[in-house]
Design a protein around this ligand. Structure first.
Ligand code: NAD
Length: 368
């Protein structure tokens, strides 16, 4: 049987720096756990534009369709700000998501105890927090037609359309039910069925799937505005949340920041299952290319390392090794290793990107 495959697209800014640390971790799993992954690397974003005049070359897109998983660093930077919209670095990312049909965006909001002080909420509200938000990514009001700015009765009107088909709701709901089963078996479906027909349909479809195919998963429903309030009032009440594209965009950012730093947040986007039964998948940190610190060895590599842990769990069926990697990151933080983004101003000397990566490797060694 061939080895599982990974396409690394490091991208721009701090992307390549943090990816160096992930390569060390991939090499560690190969050497110490006999976990062999066939890795190829290619360009995306500004780096691809510099070489090919496009933020994603067709050959790279074709490679992304073939591999078991894509791991992306970050794209963008001031050098590309004035490019035409159609060739901006971000278009490379959007093309990957669209052509791989990555409809389920997984955003964990997990608070490592050692970082609970970094949250804007009280420590006791967030310590031990572990939520998974599943956001529908390819439909809803960011894509629905009609859309645009039109003239009507002598003035301009801006229009976007919230539109969901039953099958679009069905597939993201099933992904969320499956995830809930691997977690605490609780799913909260979020919409605004009180004022939106798309919300009524969403609730009906999710309820039917739950009753017919996932009776073991405890299903609840919540209006999106209440969910936003509950996330800051008592976030630990949630386990898995499934919601649409627009509400998911807002709620996942809100939940993620309960946990402290952007440098710690991983994500995954999953699509339809391939022949081997695994979903098409792209893993990436939530943060961007951080041009303000790029090239200075200051970037926190943990978000990208934890994104790789998600790949181990969801694309390579290596849940135990994913646990091992996440525990190694947790141990490093508990031992007090901090990159600059995890330190209060004026604190002791921060760890560099490579020192943080090396500390994770050391913790992995100690886990054996
Ligand atoms: P950003 O996430 O790049 O940076 C925001 C702030 O967080 C900066 O101060 C940065 O130094 C800090 N930061 C981010 N990641 C960090 C890390 N790993 N370690 C330490 N500090 C970290 O967002 P931005 O400044 O709004 O955008 C910069 C560029 O990135 C823009 O071109 C934007 O379009 C792009 N961007 C790309 C993605 C992506 O590739 N998925 C996402 C967001 C923004």
């Amino acid at each position: 049987m061939s080895n599982p495959s990974l396409l690394i697209l490091a991208g721009d800014g701090i992307g390549p720096e943090v990816m160096v640390e992930v390569r060390k971790i991939i090499d560690w799993f190969d050497a110490k756990r006999d976990l062999k992954i066939d890795v190829t690397e290619d360009l995306v974003g500004g780096a691809a534009y510099d070489k090919h005049g496009t933020p994603l070359h067709d050959d790279t897109m074709a490679k992304a369709q073939e591999v078991d998983a894509v791991l992306l660093g970050a794209v963008g930077g001031p050098a590309y700000d004035d490019l035409d919209f159609s060739i901006k670095p971000e278009r490379g990312l959007l093309r990957l998501r669209k052509e791989m049909d990555l409809f389920a965006n997984l955003r964990p909001a997990q608070c490592f105890d050692a970082l609970a002080d970094f949250s804007s909420l009280k420590k006791e509200l967030v310590a031990g927090l572990d939520i998974m938000i599943v956001r529908e990514l390819t439909s809803g009001s960011y894509f629905g037609e009609p859309r645009g700015i039109f003239k009507e009765n002598g003035e301009r009107v801006g229009i976007n359309t919230q539109r969901y088909t039953e099958s679009e709701i069905d597939r993201v709901a099933r992904s969320a039910f499956e995830l809930a089963r691997k977690r605490d078996n609780r799913l909260c479906s979020v919409e605004k069925a009180n004022v939106m027909e798309s919300g009524i349909l969403w609730r009906e479809v999710v309820t039917k799937i739950g009753a017919e195919d996932y009776p073991d998963v405890e299903l609840s429903h919540m209006y999106a505005d209440n969910c936003a309030m509950q996330l800051v009032r008592n976030p630990k009440q949630f386990d898995t949340i499934v919601t649409d594209n627009l509400f998911g965009d807002i709620l996942s950012d809100c939940a993620a920041m309960l946990t402290g730093s952007l440098g710690m947040l991983p994500s995954a986007s999953l699509g339809v299952p391939m022949e081997n039964g695994k979903p098409k998948a792209m893993y990436e940190p939530v943060h961007g290319s951080a041009p303000d610190i790029a090239g200075q060895g200051k970037a926190n590599p943990c978000a990208t390392i934890l994104s790789f842990a998600m790949a181990l769990r969801y694309s390579y069926d290596q849940g135990a090794e994913a646990d091992r990697l996440e525990a190694a990151v947790e141990k490093v933080l508990a031992d007090g290793v901090r990159t600059a983004d995890l330190m209060q101003a004026g604190a002791a000397k921060p760890a560099s990107t490579s020192e943080m990566g090396n500390a994770v490797i050391k913790a992995l060694d100690e886990s054996l």
